[in-house]
Ligand binder design. Structure first.
Ligand SMILES: CC(C)(COP(=O)(O)OP(=O)(O)OC[C@H]1O[C@@H](n2cnc3c(N)ncnc32)[C@H](O)[C@@H]1OP(=O)(O)O)[C@@H](O)C(=O)NCCC(=O)NCCS
Length: 175
């Protein structure tokens, strides 16, 4: 059955899976796909994770950040999305990074499921604030985060890889 824009397919099932360092190959595949498909959305570049930068131990270390949570979303069993929550230098503040949904899975609630899982985990770990950086020209991501209750802090992060756009910082207070 065809669906119009903005209408979620009711039959799709999103499952969240928590990764450990042993799952590095799954994370690597998704992350390299993300940096290839959406280079303007991330501070990291594919080149940073290619060649000498593309080592199993480096991917393992990425998934072994203490007090972090790294998740993938499965849509009907296939990994189509990823995101992480990592600690910051500020007590009680958790940062969300590496959010990506494969184009085949967009508009179907995958990012909602990723954000929901990470927010619940952060809250139950005692965090008070979720923080993230988003490129100032990334309207779909900004819309997603606003819909989930994130607000602009007025702070800016670094310059994106395109050398033109900056990151804007958004936060959400959690209870
Ligand atoms: C941003 C992103 C994670 C959203 O994932 P998603 O699972 O499609 O999320 P949603 O279904 O909630 O859709 C988010 C927005 O994208 C729009 N969208 C829906 N289907 C879409 C599609 N096929 N293609 C592009 N955007 C689409 C939605 O309309 C929605 O906008 P709204 O909140 O203003 O209504 C995804 O588009 C993505 O991975 N983009 C590239 C990487 C990126 O920007 N990551 C965030 C870095 S901060």
């Amino acid at each position: 059955m065809a669906h119009g824009p903005g209408i979620r397919e009711p039959e799709c099932v999103v499952e969240i899976r928590v990764l450990t360092p042993d799952d590095w190959a799954t994370w690597r595949r998704l992350r390299r796909a993300a940096l290839t498909e959406a280079p303007a959305a991330f501070g990291a570049r594919l080149a940073d994770w290619s060649g000498d930068g593309d080592r199993p131990q480096r991917w393992r270390d990425r998934l072994a950040i203490p007090d972090s949570r790294n998740v993938v979303a499965l849509l009907d069993g296939d990994p189509v999305g990823m995101a992480s929550a990592v600690p910051t230098s500020e007590d009680g503040v958790v940062e969300l990074i590496s959010m990506w949904v494969d184009p085949v899975g967009r508009g179907r609630g995958v990012a909602d499921a990723l954000l929901g899982d990470l927010e619940q985990w952060a809250g139950s770990s005692g965090a008070r604030v979720l923080r993230l950086s988003v490129a100032e020209n990334n309207a779909p991501a900004e819309g997603l985060y606003q819909r989930h209750g994130f607000a602009y802090t007025g702070e800016f992060g670094g310059l994106m890889a395109d050398g033109l756009h900056r990151e804007v910082i958004m936060e959400k207070r959690i209870t």
